[in-house]
Design a protein around this ligand. Structure first.
Ligand code: ACO
Ligand code: ZN
Length: 170
């Protein structure tokens, strides 16, 4: 039989798997964070989130290698969308996908897994995050998932860039 060559890039991409992060994944997760984002954290910070809110901390694997992660936490605060004094909120602290593995749905799948866990496992009513106002790819991803820009946080980042606070109901 003649070989059939795929004409679209998607058909050449290896499948990916989303699973919960484990303690032994942390060195790789931290390395991906350092390679992709200027917002870096000490090892204890990652371990603390894994221990406290590990059911909303996911990695993406391609051929057995971790290529992306999403780390969340749970907080209490003033509601953005409803009345009342206090609400349980999910906070997407950090998400990243290695450069060669972007634009194939991994970021979306990581976010969906985190949102589902924040809602179903932790009982969060809404979820929020901060993102650089210049980070068009991430802003698009969040908007596609129903996040809205709530406000600008001036000078949020160490280099002086502003952040959008983005949020959605769960
Ligand atoms: N340009 C425009 N839109 C984009 C881009 C881009 N470069 N990348 C993603 N999008 C939008 C598109 O609408 C895309 O859908 P489409 O491909 O069907 O058009 C949608 O987002 C979903 O894309 P995914 O393939 O699911 O996302 P990906 O796996 O590429 O991951 C991510 C997106 C995580 C933002 C990635 O670009 C990344 O790791 N960037 C560097 C790290 C980073 O900026 N992280 C977010 C910081 S904010 C925070 O952590 C809370
Ligand atoms: Zn944050």
């Amino acid at each position: 039989m003649e070989p059939v060559y795929a004409s679209n890039a998607a058909a050449r991409e290896e499948p990916f798997l989303i699973r919960k992060a484990r303690l032994e994944d942390l060195p790789r997760i931290i390395a991906i964070n350092r390679a992709t984002l200027p917002e870096n954290y000490p090892e204890w910070f990652w371990r603390d989130h894994l221990e406290k809110w590990g059911d909303a901390f996911f990695v993406a694997e391609v051929e057995g290698r971790i290529v992306g992660y999403v780390m969340s936490r749970v907080e209490y605060g003033a509601p953005t969308f409803t009345k009342g004094l206090i609400v349980k909120k999910g906070h997407i602290v950090s998400i990243a996908v290695l450069e060669g593995y972007r634009r194939r749905g991994i970021g979306t799948a990581l976010m969906k897994a985190a949102l589902k866990a924040l809602k179903e496992r932790y009982g969060c009513k809404e979820v929020y995050l901060e993102v650089r106002v210049s980070n068009e790819p991430a802003i698009r991803l969040y908007e596609k998932l129903g996040f809205k820009k709530v406000r600008v946080i001036p000078m949020y980042y160490l280099d002086g860039e502003d952040a959008y606070l983005m949020a959605r109901e769960l």
